[in-house]
Design a protein around this ligand. Structure first.
Ligand code: JSK
Length: 452
């Protein structure tokens, strides 16, 4: 790669999330999350794995920060565990849990690494799920209360915020496909979860703007959908529409309401034809449609789809065609060109909005990870092609700093730049870690420290 491919002020970093790395599931007053509950149900997670210990980052966070320093990361994306801060979801704050994030953030700032905070990365307090979780509108208020606390608490420490990570997963994968917590298979419930997450996003964004105006919070805020690409198998209108529905489900369903103030057609009509509707009430659109500072995008892979009205096509009547392309260890095809196309599509649809790639990486279990280097290299080149077409990408966060708890796949699937021995917690950088370190040092500017 050549130096001119990335802007001078492009931000380089790596990402993780709370439940996937922290462990310490019952330490210092943490309450249970829906993932603690889900993992304890037989057959939900490969090997019966759970996040009880994970990478033990709750205790080893200084090791993680040292790794980020060695990597030359300018920014670190992590998430806050809501039940660590509000063990019952709402009400009394657990200061001990909050302190963990102060220690982490202070350690990052001391090394000149900017903290990039995700508020919701799927670990809903179980106490809220017991009252209906995201199906219940009361969870919206609880989320705004939780967000408000973090915005104030980390004023002048955190200046990059994501409200929801991959809301497609936390609504549809968890409540329609039943693959993630809470494990439901109810389309109407999933649509309600998605809708209430959107309202929660909008009201938290509004609260953030108010606090910034009062000098009580700082920075910029966005949301991070899956930006999965789908390419039609043939030029037929049926295949094009099948791909459009797939794209609309994973990202337009969230970005269109926020940026354009409406759910995307034709998917809205498609769901209506199945007898389900998002539970919109008076005032919701005003709440949801709030200006974003940036779009976060998580890109892993693309698919080639065709219209398929047999059961294999599922609800969307959209089936993936196996093109025989090389696949990752979790079966996702390696498709860097789809990355460029997703980025160009975002730039065309939501003109001018800055984009951060909040996740991109490869599932590969081999600690000798030459293929991960190839993947990262190809995807950074694909990103650079989008930049060359004028797409305003501002930064790139590799998923993940560490091998970690990969949700329903447990510890059986590794995405880390750093190998983690889950029996000892020992961290060992992989070849891709050193490759990425060299990329950052070649392209990255000198890290800047956020003023305290
Ligand atoms: C990796 C997507 C956040 C971070 C990483 C899992 C995922 C997934 C996992 C979909 C899914 C299961 C889909 C069901 C739908 C077909 C994590 N990213 N990661 N990203 N996405 N229809 N589609 N339109 O660990 O925590 O199930 O099939």
């Amino acid at each position: 790669m050549t130096k001119g491919m990335f802007p001078e002020d492009f931000l380089w970093g790596a990402a993780t999330s709370s439940y996937q790395i922290e462990g310490a599931w019952d330490a210092d007053g943490r309450g249970p999350s829906i993932w603690d509950e889900f993992c304890r149900q037989p057959g939900r997670v490969v090997g019966g794995d759970r996040g009880d210990v994970a990478c033990d980052s709750y205790r080893r966070y200084a090791d993680d920060v040292a790794l980020l320093k060695e990597l030359g990361a300018q920014v670190y994306r992590f998430s806050v565990s809501w039940p660590r801060v509000f063990p019952s979801g709402t009400g009394a704050v657990n200061r001990a849990g909050l302190h963990y994030y102060h220690h982490l953030v202070d350690a990052l700032l001391a090394q000149g690494i900017r903290p990039f905070c995700t508020l919701y990365h799927w670990d809903l307090p179980q106490a809220l799920q017991a009252k209906g979780g995201w199906e219940n509108r009361a969870t919206i208020d609880a989320f705004v209360e939780y967000s408000d606390l973090l915005f104030r608490e980390f004023h002048q420490k955190i200046d990059l915020w994501i409200t929801f990570n991959e809301p497609f997963c936390s609504s549809f994968v968890g409540n329609y496909f039943g693959i993630h917590a809470p494990g439901k298979t109810d389309l109407a419930a999933a649509l309600a979860c998605a809708h209430h997450q959107l309202v929660a996003h909008g009201l938290a964004a509004t609260r953030f703007r108010q606090l910034v105006a009062q000098g009580k919070a700082s920075g910029s805020l966005g949301i991070a959908p899956n930006i999965t690409w789908a390419e039609p198998y043939t030029e037929s209108e049926a295949d094009r529409q099948a791909c459009l529905r797939s794209i609309q489900w994973s990202w337009d369903w969230f970005l269109d309401p926020v940026c354009l103030g409406a759910y995307p057609e034709p998917l809205l009509t498609w769901f209506a034809n199945h007898g389900v509707h998002p539970p919109v009430v008076e005032g919701d659109w005003e709440a949801i449609k709030q200006p974003l500072d940036f779009v976060g995008g998580n890109y892993y892979c693309a698919s080639v789809n065709l219209h398929d009205a047999t059961p294999a096509g599922g609800l969307l009547e959209s089936s993936q065609v196996d093109m025989g392309w090389e696949k990752s260890d979790n079966g996702w095809p390696l498709t860097p060109e789809g990355f460029t196309r997703s980025l160009v599509r975002i730039a065309n649809k939501y003109r001018g909005l800055p984009i951060y790639i909040t996740e991109n990486g490869l599932c590969l279990n081999d600690a000798q990870d030459q293929r991960r280097i190839v993947y990262l290299d190809q995807h950074l080149r694909a990103l650079a092609r989008a930049l060359a077409q004028g797409v305003p990408v501002k930064g790139y966060l590799a998923w993940s700093l560490l091998d970690n708890f990969e949700w329903a796949e447990g510890y059986s699937k590794r995405f880390g730049l750093v190998f983690v021995d889950f029996s000892t917690g020992t961290r060992t950088p992989k070849p891709s870690f050193y490759w990425y370190r060299d990329q950052i040092s070649e392209f990255g500017r000198t890290p800047t420290t956020v003023s305290k």
